[in-house]
Design a protein around this ligand. Sequence first.
Ligand code: SPV
Ligand code: MG
Length: 433
Amino acid sequence: MNSLIYLGMRGDIIHPGIINIIREGAKRGELLVGLLTDSAIANHKRLPYLTYEQRKSVIENIKGVSRVVPQEEWSYVSNLRKWKPGAIIHGDDWKTGPLQKERDDVFAVMAELGGEVIEIPYTAGVNSSALNNAIREVGTTPDIRLGMLRRLIENKKIVRIMEAHSGLSGLIIENCEMIKEDGLHSFDGMWSSSLTDSTCKGKPDIEAVDLTARLQSMTDILECTTKPVIFDGDTGGKPEHFVFTVKTLERNGISAVIIEDKVGLKKNSLFGTDVKQELAEIDDFCAKIAAGKRAQVTRDFMIIARLESLIAGFPVSDALQRADAYVKAGADGVMIHSKEKTGEDIKEFCEKFRAAHKHIPIVLVPTTYNTWTEKELAGWGANIIIYANHMLRASYPAMVNAANSILENERSFEADSFCMPIKQILELIPGGK
Ligand code: SPV
Ligand code: MG
């Protein structure tokens, strides 16, 4: 048997279980670590806190590791075929749970290569979800959070963003997870919506809530979450104002701002056709984008241009012409909006824009054309899907129900059946006891 031993790992959190498996592998031969790249991980698990290069520099300095090479896929198979190790080593915990298929594939390919699969007992007492929770408690830094969105776009087929309007809704987005056949599903980040933030404050969505007030709700969200934030910058105001907005958002670790090409009193885009929307002159909007790009301090912050042509009754060709100009002016991505239910106009835009711009991210907000799935929208060329108002829209009827039930029954007994139990709410936020 050749003495090359393969160990695949993410290497984001180093714990005694990992040190044990490295020791066991190194005892048996020359240990080759296949370090999963961000894109290998991103469609299956949470994106690592550390970049590939940071993780590599940690792992290659651990005693017993001979060499670190990238594993570009979630499956071990192509790397095993490439490196042809005499053995692969893995914890025996993969006999059950979501890695069973990967395990079967590894056995098959190692049989083909005439190698061995070494399974070592899982190190008791190490619980990776407890470690993950501990990392959440430590929190994040504005730098790490800000850079996360670009990493997600580069490494995920579709980046899933959910609206947050309070610390509590942010916490739900942070923690909501579902294991499906293809791995862990969760939200990748949060949308700070002008509609839901102003609604929470009892104001209409007409840029009546200034940046300072918007940032107050943002601070609550930032304090209890680690995921990246995309900020709804409305029209961005005047270029002179927008440069301050960009700097303020960056300083707070926000990853991106989206500004829309409307002028005059801004109205919410989803209002009926009787609400007239006036579009900005292309040159003026380009100047605003360019001013924002010049003002930004970090490399990673993104300014995304939102096209309101379809909302204002203009054809897809108008949106495409504007999109070209905005990209030339420096926009890091485009968001196209529509209130058509079919989504056909959006599909046409995406396909034509994608043909002309291979790598500029497309953001969609499928509030009205919501029968299309994320996979289908990704097939049109979309990179980011924003669910723009669902946390707030879900909470309002629930609150009205409770209020009505108490009025109706003149006591709260009946409302208990659809309210969260007191014990659960007391335990929801750690540190209360
Ligand atoms: C928001 O969420 O405030 C948006 C998206 O701008 S929309 O309400 O659809 O215009
Ligand atoms: Mg808005």
